[in-house]
Design a protein. Structure first.
Length: 574
């Protein structure tokens, strides 16, 4: 079967294009220049996260035009629309970051509503910045119409006096500047050269982590997520993705045929193998939730525990996404993982073939050192570790890629917001050996579960990255390095142990055995809980308030609705 023989009687778009009663609907389509033939072809939503907020998204509109050509060439009718993004690099370090995680669910919701409202039959989704990738993939599995994901591509690395740099280096430069190790002129120079092109942050931060996930989980074409945004080869991937979604429509291969428990495990494995962002442990459960699959933080952590760390990528390593693409791309990484038993090969992908079939013609490149063979890893266990203990009964997460010391013990120094902690770091009013605690920054308590890159990067820039630890019920950027533990649950806002801590409590973190504990008995914690009162937020209306009323625990992905398990009808079958 090909796209020309697709029976529209079984597709959602029949509700707007077929039969005499739909004449008014068709008149709107004629008004936009569509022909009769185009109106009666399958309608394909081409959803883009384009905006002018940041380089992550600026190239997406142009790429969407190429996708549309691919759809049209395969006898489909593309219908382009945009959704929002909140760009973390610009939202970071101030109240704007409260919008970031909220935007993930709003992206999924807005794509769903556009697709439902206009009865589109298939979806190609283009995304750039951090939350737009999982948001778009969540929409795909929620709607369950044939879908292909496209990453807009990474930014090229900057060059500062002969040294390759990324935006992470600028955040850390702020810390150096605060202690006099960088002049005003040097800071001015590095900020002008660190981000030289369109594209998302170039190292294995959240965007590139979730782009790697998109290929591993099977929703993106092989190699498509590795090519940097400025590379002309992106046009080939975009055109091919448009053609591919029509083939998936003809064969009725849907996202929930692709996103399964096994493919989620594959996705978690590539996060660990690349020393990826801790946010992977938040977004994978959220994607699973849309399918009705139980796959929480502890399930992700189990995969992390048994997966080797093989890709030498920043922030813990030496290379950026461009380097891995040129070494052989994400398929090179997946090839060695598959050959050594770390990936399930029987998972369906958007190629219409299984992961194992996609791997057949992938050749190992022995002339590169970006990705090691999985039997000769950088470390035997993954670059991201899950933690649990009396301070984190619902779990926590830490990135250990590039870290030498995996244990830390020290007295708590408590802050009830990121701003309070950042001020203490800026003023250097903290001590070596302390565990800095930032609380009331969880999904509900923030609200919005902010990332803490400004604070962690400042610590690193001051040379204190390995001399203090930091724990939070909020999140960390994929660019964060050092002993920084995020997603501590239950969060402070709901009475979690992190909200009961007092200055001086002894905290022990052990990323070897996977524990996070405070030297308090259950009885002592219970006594403190009796005297604890919830902290009020000043977000009492608007989108962020609305999010706080709906959002669940970080352990299960900080989701905002009952998910696929509660579904009574699937959009694809209306």
């Amino acid at each position: 079967m090909d796209a020309k023989t697709i029976d529209k009687a079984k597709l959602p778009s029949r509700h707007v294009t077929e039969g005499p009663a739909r004449a008014p609907h068709r008149s709107y389509l004629y008004a936009m220049g569509l022909s009769k033939e185009e109106i009666h072809q399958p309608l394909v939503g081409v959803a883009s996260c384009w905006n002018e907020a940041a380089p992550c998204n600026i190239a997406l509109m142009r790429q969407a035009q190429v996708v549309k050509k691919g759809v049209a060439a395969a006898s489909g009718t593309p219908r382009e629309f945009c959704t929002i993004t909140v760009t973390d690099g610009i939202a970071m370090g101030h109240q704007g970051m409260k919008s970031s995680l909220v935007s993930r669910d709003l992206i999924a919701d807005s794509v769903e509503l556009t697709m439902r409202g206009h009865s589109y039959d298939a979806l190609v989704g283009l995304a750039g910045c951090d939350k737009s990738l999982p948001g778009m993939m969540m929409a795909m599995v929620r709607l369950n119409v044939p879908s292909v994901f496209i990453y807009g591509g990474s930014i090229l690395p900057g060059n500062f006096r002969g040294q390759q740099v990324t935006v992470q280096d600028i955040f850390e430069a702020v810390g150096k500047h605060s202690v006099g190790d960088m002049s005003d002129d040097d800071l001015d120079e590095i900020e002008q050269v660190a981000c030289p092109s369109a594209g998302s942050c170039g190292a294995q931060f959240t965007a590139n982590t979730m782009a790697t996930v998109a290929e591993a989980i099977g929703l993106a074409l092989p190699y498509s997520c590795g090519a940097p945004a400025p590379y002309e080869i992106r046009d080939r991937f975009c055109y091919a993705s448009g053609e591919t979604v029509m083939e998936l429509l003809a064969r009725n291969i849907r996202p929930r045929d692709i996103v399964t428990r096994k493919s989620l495990e594959n996705a978690a494995a590539v996060v660990a193998a690349t020393g990826g962002s801790t946010n992977g442990a938040l977004h994978l459960p959220a994607i699973a939730h849309e399918c009705g699959i139980e796959f929480d933080l502890f399930d992700v952590a189990e995969i992390f525990k048994k997966t080797p760390y093989v890709a030498d990528l920043k922030p813990g390593g030496r290379y950026v996404a461009k380097d891995m693409f040129e070494a052989g791309g994400i398929p090179l990484l997946m090839k060695t993982m598959f050959e050594h038993g770390y990936l399930h090969g029987d998972c369906m992908t958007v190629t219409g073939r299984t992961l194992a079939e996609n791997m057949q013609k992938i050749a190992w490149n022995p002339r590169q050192d970006v990705v090691r063979s999985a039997d000769n890893p950088i470390t035997a266990t993954g670059g991201v570790v899950g933690l649990k203990g009396n301070l984190a009964p619902d779990g926590a997460i830490v990135k250990v890629a590039g870290m030498k010391n995996l244990k830390f013990s020290g007295p708590a120094r408590c802050f009830d917001s990121e701003e309070e902690c950042f001020k203490a770091v800026s003023d250097r009013s903290y001590k070596e050996g302390e565990v800095l605690v930032i609380r009331y920054e969880g999904p509900k308590g923030g609200p919005g579960m902010r990332e803490m890159l400004a604070t962690t990067a400042a610590l690193y820039g001051q040379g204190m990255g390995d001399k203090v630890a930091l724990i939070t019920d909020g999140r960390f950027s994929g660019a964060t390095r050092g002993f920084c533990v995020g997603h501590v649950g239950p969060e402070a806002a709901v009475g979690g142990p992190i909200g009961l801590l007092e200055d001086g409590d002894m905290i022990t973190l052990d990323a070897v055995v996977g524990t996070l504990d405070v030297a308090l008995s259950d009885a002592e914690l219970d006594e403190r809980r009796r005297h604890w009162t919830p902290r009020e937020t000043d977000y009492a209306s608007g989108a962020i308030w609305k999010y706080a009323q709906q959002v669940g625990t970080a352990r299960k992905g900080a989701v905002t609705h009952p998910g696929g398990a509660a579904e009574k009808h699937c959009y694809a079958d209306i």
